[in-house]
Write a new protein. Structure first.
Length: 201
């Protein structure tokens, strides 16, 4: 299977996952398709360029088309604020199927074999990371840290499991586990608790 075919299949799987996303908009507030918002957000990470969408909008205005349309299949490119508003209600669990699709594709294309090591097994490592921190902005899902001077730092953290192998420069991501307030628990969530949840799942 060639790379363009693999990418096209991934975009199809991505669209199928987005079809399960909640969309609470009503009336005339539905100009942008939810799938365009999701693909736009994905495209930014795919190209690792924070100005990707603005550049694509400019390219479309000048040339009538852009990579966002030809490569990712976007019909219209929403703004960053519109993307955030549309995707904030989406639960991370709704993206798990894409990770499964990636692993299945790796197996079908024999790429996963390069990651098998001792007894042909896959080695999974888990590491925690923080992706948001503020003393002014918070939400109900924030972890909190109260300092000696009485100030509070709010943060978002997650556990990122990846498949690794000796001699491999790349890693294969698996569904992450978010570290945050858990219903029914008095103690604050931590990496160990998140790792146990991830292993159970």
């Amino acid at each position: 299977m060639n790379k363009p075919a693999v990418f096209d299949q991934f975009i199809q799987a991505f669209r199928a996952a987005v079809a399960t996303f909640p969309d609470k908009r009503t009336g005339k507030n539905t100009h942008y398709a939810l799938v365009d918002a999701a693909l736009g957000a994905f495209a930014v990470f795919f190209t690792q360029s924070p100005s990707f969408l603005a550049y694509q909008r400019d390219m479309h205005a000048r040339k009538g088309q852009s990579n966002a349309h030809t490569l990712f299949g976007l019909h219209e490119i929403p703004t960053d604020n519109q993307i955030r508003a549309l995707l904030d209600p989406v639960r991370p669990e709704q993206m798990v199927a894409l990770f499964q699709h990636g692993l299945a594709t790796g197996e079908q294309t024999h790429q996963l074999a390069a990651f098998r090591s001792w007894q042909k097994r896959l080695l999974v490592v888990l590491d925690g990371t923080q992706y948001f921190s503020s003393q002014k902005i918070s939400c109900p899902n924030c972890s909190t840290q109260t300092h000696a001077n009485g100030t509070v730092t709010y943060s978002h953290r997650l556990l990122t499991p990846v498949i690794v192998a000796p001699g491999q420069k790349k890693v294969l991501p698996l569904p992450p586990e978010f570290i945050g307030p858990q219903d029914g628990h008095d103690k604050q969530d931590c990496e160990n608790a998140a790792a146990k949840r991830w292993l159970r799942q």
